[in-house]
Design a protein around this ligand. Structure first.
Ligand SMILES: C[S@@+](CC[C@H](N)C(=O)[O-])C[C@H]1O[C@@H](n2cnc3c(N)ncnc32)[C@H](O)[C@@H]1O
Length: 202
């Protein structure tokens, strides 16, 4: 049977049967460091494909107003359990590609980790359109691009940094930071790059 990774059912099933080997069980050390260092001023952030929401909660702990989006009912249930009552996490169970237009240009930041690589590669242009439409002018896109190498048919689908630079460049983004994170988790070290873009024109 071919699993349709464009459909929430595939992801839901993975969460339920424990096929969620991407899940770190806690916030991503790279984002923990950036937030602890105050690299980003608090603002409104959309976390795309937020999974169980550890990073969403981490941003909220640092004073961000967080909208965490995922279309898997299981992931959303877990996220709602994890969100501390005082944390400003708004959990949206929704397909990223059909988010309502009321959200357009309302975010200071968009963040993704292990979400872009989960999307069918034929939809990467649509994904870049989504990032562009969610962000306010001058907004920032934070991507921990993983995996840069992956020998098998995805998901995860291998991420090409040159392709990502082109897709975002065509939509008015400028790359402002590129880093091989020193604190990537060991199995992902050298296989992920932190890329931070600013939306400089529409
Ligand atoms: C590989 S998991 C990563 C989850 C989380 N970012 C993490 O690192 O633990 C990919 C997530 O993206 C979600 N996802 C994939 N395609 C989506 C779509 N079109 N709309 C909303 N969520 C989507 C899946 O449900 C899943 O939770």
């Amino acid at each position: 049977m071919i699993k349709d990774n464009n459909a929430s059912g595939k992801w839901d099933a993975d969460y339920r049967w424990g096929g969620d080997r991407w899940d770190l069980g806690g916030p991503t050390p790279v984002f923990q460091r950036l937030l602890a260092q105050g690299q980003f001023l608090p603002g409104r952030v959309a976390i795309l494909g937020a999974g169980r929401g550890y990073d969403a909660r981490e941003f909220a702990r640092h004073g961000f107003e967080v909208t965490a989006v995922d279309f898997s009912a299981s992931a959303v249930r877990e996220m709602e359990k994890l969100a501390e009552p005082e944390a400003l996490v708004r959990v949206l169970q929704h397909d990223l590609f059909t988010l309502p237009s009321e959200l357009d240009h309302t975010f200071d930041y968009v963040q993704e980790y292990v979400c872009y690589c989960a999307i069918d590669p034929t939809r990467r242009g649509e994904f870049a359109d989504l990032v562009a439409r969610l962000l306010k002018p001058g907004g920032v896109y934070i991507s921990l691009a993983f995996p840069l190498a992956f020998p098998h048919q995805g998901p995860p689908f291998r991420v090409s940094v040159p392709e990502l630079l082109d897709l975002l460049g065509e939509r008015g983004f400028k790359l402002v930071t590129r880093e091989w994170p020193p604190d990537s988790i060991r199995p992902r070290k050298g296989n992920e790059e932190l890329l931070i873009f600013r939306k400089v024109s529409n």
